[in-house]
Write a protein that binds this ligand. Structure first.
Ligand SMILES: Nc1ncnc2c1ncn2[C@@H]1O[C@H](COP(=O)(O)O)[C@@H](OP(=O)(O)O)[C@H]1O
Ligand SMILES: O=[N+]([O-])c1ccc(OS(=O)(=O)O)cc1
Length: 343
């Protein structure tokens, strides 16, 4: 797909240990690396465009016990300091975090090897959200088209090459996901998937003859287990019995448990509703409608764009899809994650 972009932006990325980052972040690198984490910090970690805003709103709703008004207290980008963010003369992410009372909820897009060491030393909690590489690339492409402080992505064909070579801000998707996946057994990490939060629960289920317990019915495919989480079913989407046992509520409950919060079912239901794409896209505290056009030009592409799984099929050629599949196999060899590419 060749999509025209606006007039060329002048923004250049610079690198820290081979990872491209905005110049202001690189200029502030000393302050970022010496950041002092605290043992009760919770860090939201994502590769860009993997559902950061979504998980931030979920975490905040949990923290505020489902109180929507309390979640309206500030723009979402200001609620959880973005630790590596720097845009002088505004206070840096580090400065905002330092000014925040504990227990702090912070966020980052950094890969594991660039994370300030004090997060590991203090055994902080990490909440990681991963999104399948194809949808992530599409989302990032449209974000770079509209974001005036990131480089112009060029055509889709050009961007495909830039992305697979890890030459985008925050570097390689493969390195990011693999890095966080590999440390999850050694630290307090809840590893979630965008696609699992998106799934709708009401699929076709069999009811066991005994107690009416719902059991997923499987026609073809397999069930796999992710680090003790609920089973994942793969079957062809055209199959009328295609279903997944995860759903937003199940994922939100996991987050609440991880945060040490016990919430009533009614509160969990409310959080599911309030964090739907449809609700969030109309929420001015979330949808970046207050960000100036000189930074985010939402007439090019909205910040809350589609919020779906599988939009990659509207962008990738068959050849690009195969090439990425092949690259995925090589780069993620030995990594036992299986991403969902369509619901
Ligand atoms: N409540 C929600 N449900 C589903 N997707 C959401 C969402 N809130 C944000 N997103 C999607 O998450 C992506 C942005 O991620 P991030 O917050 O990490 O920048 C965008 O994807 P799309 O561009 O595919 O629509 C955005 O639409
Ligand atoms: O992925 N980025 O390039 C990116 C992400 C977040 C961001 O800041 S925020 O205030 O929009 O969250 C700016 C750039």
């Amino acid at each position: 797909m060749a999509l025209a972009t606006g007039p060329g932006k002048q923004t250049q990325l610079r690198e820290v240990e081979g990872v491209p980052l905005q110049a202001a972040i690189v200029d502030n690198w000393g302050q970022i690396q010496s950041f002092e984490a605290k043992p009760d910090d919770l860090l939201i970690c994502t590769y860009p465009k993997s559902g950061t805003t979504w998980i931030q709103e979920i975490v905040d709703m949990i923290e505020q016990n489902g109180d929507v008004e309390k979640c309206q207290r500030a723009l979402i980008q200001h609620r959880h300091p973005f630790i590596e963010w720097a845009r002088p003369p505004q206070p840096s992410g580090v400065e905002k975090a330092q000014a925040m009372p504990s227990p702090r909820i912070l966020r980052t897009h950094l890969p594991t090897r660039l994370l300030p060491p004090s997060f590991w030393e203090n055994n902080c909690k990490f909440l990681y959200v991963a999104r399948n590489v194809k949808d992530c690339m599409v989302s990032y492409y449209h974000f770079q088209r509209m974001n005036q402080v990131l480089p112009d992505p060029g055509t889709w064909e050009e961007y495909f090459e830039t992305f697979i070579n890890g030459k985008v801000a925050w570097g390689s998707w493969f390195e990011h996901v693999k890095g966080w996946w590999e440390v999850k057994g050694r630290y307090q990490i809840l590893f979630l998937f965008y696609e699992d939060i998106k799934k709708v629960s009401e699929g076709p289920f069999t009811t066991s003859s005994g107690g009416g317990q719902r059991t997923p019915r499987l026609i073809e495919g397999c069930i796999s287990w992710r680090q003790g989480m609920s089973p994942r079913i793969h079957s062809h989407p055209s199959d009328p019995l295609h279903s997944y046992p995860q759903d937003p509520k199940c994922e939100i409950r996991k987050v609440a448990q991880f945060m040490g919060k016990h919430l009533d079912e009614t509160v969990l239901d409310k959080i599911v509703q309030e964090t739907s794409f449809e609700k969030m896209k109309d929420n001015p505290m979330i949808n970046r409608s207050t960000v100036p056009k000189s930074i985010m030009d939402q007439s090019i592409s909205p910040f809350m764009r589609k919020g779906t799984v599988g939009d990659w099929k509207n962008h990738f050629t068959v050849a690009q899809s195969h090439r990425l599949d092949e690259l995925y196999r090589k780069k993620m060899e030995g990594v036992s994650i299986d991403f969902c590419l369509e619901l």
